[in-house]
Design a protein around this ligand. Structure first.
Ligand SMILES: [Zn+2]
Length: 381
């Protein structure tokens, strides 16, 4: 047979290739072999009927925590929380310190089915594990899976110049949390290709708006320079009202990510498709949402030629999804609600030409509701 898998009749949305229409997608081995209309079904070992479904590249989540072998919070299992929900490639956002990284690689990264890249957390210079800039940049150059450094909001600002230096020497990228320092000051340390995560956070400090409620000019400047403005939903990182205020000023995010971990997987984050559905609920188009979950994060990972698209010759990561219809209520970190009639819901996940048939994390009760950090408490109105 010419092809291993042929996906027929679905609405293919591939922003990289500029396709939004009914197409067939053929896979041979681990590559996309062909894409077109009415491809011959007798040329494939397996035919999947995707009529009335949406066919997209595998999703890419730029903010996860999957160092489960560390044995303490906050990590979650990568296959049942990423792959099962359509995420074929993910970026672990600094769960491991530099000294933990070899263990992380051996225990989790090489054993998971998901294509798992990562960042290390730059230790504080006066902390218990003051790894030097040289050690961190050496790690980045030694591991293909290690792409750079994360600056966490709890860290001392003095670690930021060291993180900058380490990624510059190691040829990596820097991810900063938007509530880690005053936004204009933080962005001064960020270069094209770096990622600002939790961009649309709940403004308990260091908001993305100035005192007049306008986006800092440096936010606009950062987008112009090629800094990726990322969602990073998490337990504190995404508020509908922040996003809506930014959208009203004509400003959209670059990438959608979850920051899913044990503290938010039972709500309000749940998973990548739920996070994407929230973006649809507040007015982003389906094409935008797919682009922010495939092509643009692939660019952020410097993998745009291989991942995040259905172009012929690229890696065969494909997701076949339903757009469920009904009444859905979405929650943000402030426990504010938005109602919607649709939910993006992956059904079949193909990773590198193989259909994923493993377990799926089943959320329990929404456990996060009364656990908001100080400053998030809503008054009765
Ligand atoms: Zn995180």
């Amino acid at each position: 047979m010419k092809w291993n898998i042929l996906i027929t009749g679905g609405r293919v949305i591939d922003p990289y290739s500029g396709i939004d229409g009914v197409r067939d997608v053929a896979i041979t081995g681990n590559k996309i072999a062909e894409i077109g209309e009415n491809l011959p079904q007798d040329q494939a070992d397996l035919v999947i009927d995707a009529s009335d479904k949406i066919v997209t590249p595998g999703l890419i989540d730029l903010h996860v925590h999957n160092y489960t072998a560390r044995g303490n919070r906050p990590s979650v299992d990568s296959d049942s929380t990423n792959m099962a929900y359509g995420v074929t490639t993910a970026l672990d956002a600094g769960t491991a310190t530099p000294s933990e990284y070899p263990h992380y690689w051996e225990s989790d990264i090489q054993n998971t089915k998901v294509r798992l890249y990562s960042l290390v957390r730059m230790p504080d210079p006066y902390g218990p594990d003051p790894s030097s800039v040289g050690e961190v940049s050496d790690l980045i150059t030694s591991y293909d899976t290690l792409l750079g450094v994360k600056f966490h909001h709890s860290q001392h600002f003095s670690s930021l110049p060291l993180a900058r230096e380490a990624v510059d020497f190691g040829g990596g990228i820097l991810m900063c949390e938007a509530y880690g320092a005053p936004i204009p000051q933080l962005l001064d340390w960020m270069n094209p290709g770096d990622i600002l995560t939790h961009t649309f956070h709940a403004a308990f400090r260091f908001p993305i708006f100035d005192h007049r409620g306008q986006l800092w000019s440096k936010i606009w400047d950062a987008k112009e320079r090629g800094v990726f403005l990322d969602i990073g939903h998490g337990a504190r990182g995404f508020a509908f009202r922040t996003m809506e205020q930014a959208l009203s000023q004509g400003f959209k995010p670059d990438t959608i990510s979850t920051d899913v971990h044990v503290g938010n997987i039972d709500g309000p984050v749940y998973d990548m498709p739920t996070t994407m559905s929230k973006m649809l609920a507040i007015g982003l188009s389906l094409n935008d949402v797919i682009e922010m979950s495939t092509q643009i994060p692939a660019r952020a990972l410097m993998q745009e030629k291989e991942l995040g698209s259905l172009a012929v010759g690229t890696v065969a990561d494909v997701v076949i999804s339903n757009m469920d219809q009904g009444s859905f209520t979405y929650l943000d970190v402030l426990h504010e609600e938005r109602a919607a009639k649709e939910k993006f819901s992956p059904e079949t996940v193909i990773y590198s030409g193989n259909i994923y048939d493993g377990d799926k994390f089943q959320p329990g009760e929404m456990s996060h509701k009364h656990d908001a950090p100080p400053g998030f408490i809503l008054t009765e109105t």
